[in-house]
Design a protein around this ligand. Structure first.
Ligand SMILES: Cc1cc2nc3c(=O)[nH]c(=O)nc-3n(C[C@H](O)[C@H](O)[C@H](O)COP(=O)(O)OP(=O)(O)OC[C@H]3O[C@@H](n4cnc5c(N)ncnc54)[C@H](O)[C@@H]3O)c2cc1C
Length: 501
């Protein structure tokens, strides 16, 4: 029997498949569409996603294909990037979603993942041993677990009867890649003028006379899966801009709404939800794909541990415990951005006020941390009060290379700064990387990993950075120097160690 079936071959499903394969789990991805879509939804990758790609050795495939933009925007209010962001990648990488999806699919293929196109999940049942999935063509497939990564209208979520409370779509936007015959200067001037009042109008040049054009729709479509026609888009552009800018020859047309919803639960027995299947929100700040990919990164190793039988109690449920509040916070910041983008006088006044506040570095940092997920800190339990606990470990320079290069295999990692620690009983799950900093610090790389906030425990004045235990998703679950203290977190996150050691 296959270990895991993933419903949905979007970015969440494919990255999850990669993470599972990396852990030796067998996986099949079922995708209802006959082929990958041409529609460009997401346009950018944020810091935490770039770190994830870096940790798995994939970032070099993305960097040459995207332009780097500064961070510092909220609701379209653009200010200089804040200082002190907790990331080695303090920029947005502009990569169209189909390119991201293609690169992830290529990686999945290398790892032996099978994506079955034209395979729509239509029914499911589960018992103590596994899940039986029914396809739209009436055939069946069985697996030990099923993950619904099947987007905002998730069939898996509906079949489980999991509620999806929130606000329905009230404002829809028509979107398409079309050719415009109006001169670029005219287009620029029209866009600048209309955006004074209609923030969801835009025409982004893509080269030659091709533009990504968005315009507010007239009402909300009954079935958003039906794309608008060129005439629909033309009419709405005329309605707000007074001209259709000479629009013709669409490459694709689409529509999106501003529904904001969060699944009541992320798990029902052997079935889990991830990505848009678990949360939807307006696209402001470009967060949805990033959020889904980061769900997958959190879930992959935990589900693999369950499949392999070493998962400690509660590990799989920590996925929802950690990720659902993150999604709730994203929903909230997009609600706020939606209000700030309204042309009404009240929201416009709040927008002007926020623009003034964003002159302050601390305000910009707070907002950017929300949008880029760099502010996330999971509750991983107590321990010596290192500021790093629960946060993602930054990529630090080692005496031999850098930390993220040691995480390509997707295993836990003990970064031993003493040379005397051991994760030997967990050697099948946790790698040990020894990187001892001499007592005088002589020649040690300036890696910035030592907490600089005075939160390190009093260890007799040692200035060396602490040793850390990292989960496969890079979050720090222990920081210290004492082997005895390390055993609790090893057991809690990696299960019982092998008796042989
Ligand atoms: C205009 C717009 C701009 C956006 N910009 C950004 C951005 O800049 N940055 C960002 O991070 N996010 C952005 N987003 C959000 C982003 O596009 C989504 O959050 C992201 O695609 C979610 O990925 P997913 O894999 O969870 O779901 P999806 O990409 O929706 O993939 C789900 C897949 O499941 C398949 N499926 C559905 N039902 C079934 C079934 N029954 N059986 C099998 N397969 C099924 C679908 O065909 C689809 O391929 C934007 C969204 C929009 C609309």
């Amino acid at each position: 029997m296959t270990d895991v079936i993933i419903a949905g071959g979007g970015p969440t499903g494919v990255l999850l498949a990669c993470e599972l394969r990396l852990q030796g789990v067998s996986v099949v991805v079922l995708e209802k569409d006959a082929e990958p879509t041409r529609v460009v939804r997401g346009l950018g990758l944020h810091a935490r996603t770039l770190e994830i790609l870096d940790q798995r050795g994939l970032l070099d495939r993305f960097l040459p294909l995207g332009k780097q933009y500064p961070v510092g925007s909220f609701a379209g209010i653009t200010k200089p990037a804040p200082t002190g962001l907790d990331t080695t990648h303090p920029y947005v990488l502009g990569v169209p979603q189909p390119v991201t999806e293609r690169l992830l699919r290529e990686r999945a293929a290398e790892l032996g993942v099978e994506v079955r196109y034209g395979h729509e999940v239509a029914g499911l049942s589960q018992d103590d041993d596994g899940v039986r999935v029914e396809l739209a063509d009436g055939t069946h497939l069985a697996a030990r677990y099923l993950v619904g990564c099947d987007g905002g209208r998730s069939t898996v979520r509906r079949l489980l009867g999991i509620g999806f409370p929130g606000e329905p779509s009230r404002q829809e936007t028509l979107l398409g890649e079309v050719r415009l015959t109006a001169p670029p200067a005219t287009i620029e001037a029209v866009v600048a003028e209309v955006r004074e009042t209609h923030k969801n109008f835009g025409a982004i040049p893509l080269g030659d006379d091709l533009y990504r054009v968005g315009a507010p729709a007239d009402g909300v479509a009954e079935d958003r899966t039906v794309p608008p026609t060129l005439d629909d888009l033309r009419e709405q552009v005329r309605a707000v801009a007074g001209t259709d800018l000479g629009m013709h020859s669409p490459r694709w047309l689409s529509r999106f709404g501003d529904a904001t919803r969060l699944a009541e639960r992320y798990r029902d027995g052997r079935v889990l939800l991830a990505g848009d299947a678990a949360h939807v929100h307006p696209p402001y700040g470009g967060q949805g794909l990033n959020l889904g990919v980061q769900d997958a990164f959190n879930l992959g190793w935990k589900l693999a541990a369950e499949v392999h039988g070493w998962a400690p109690a509660g590990l799989l449920d920590s996925y929802a415990a950690e990720r659902r509040p993150v999604a709730a916070a994203v929903l909230d910041n997009t609600r706020a951005q939606t209000v700030l983008l309204s042309p009404e006088p009240g929201p416009q006044a709040v927008r002007r006020l926020l623009a003034e506040l964003m002159a302050l570095d601390d305000v910009r940092r707070l907002l950017v941390e929300k949008v880029t997920a760099t502010g996330i800190r999971y509750d991983v339990g107590g321990g010596p009060g290192y500021e790093l606990l629960g946060r993602r470990m930054p990529d630090v320079a080692l005496r031999d290379g850098r930390l993220y290069e040691r995480m390509h295999a997707g295993r836990g990692l003990l970064l031993d700064r003493t040379g005397a620690l051991s994760a030997g009983g967990w050697a099948d799950r946790v790698d040990r990387v020894v990187d001892v900093v001499p007592p005088d610090g002589g020649g040690a790389p300036d890696d910035g990993s030592a907490p600089d906030d005075g939160s390190a425990p009093d260890d007799g004045g040692a200035s060396a950075p602490p040793s850390v235990l990292l989960r496969p998703d890079g979050h720090v679950v222990w920081a210290g120097t004492d082997q005895a203290d390390l055993l609790g977190p090893l057991n809690r996150w990696f299960g019982t160690g092998s008796a042989a050691v």
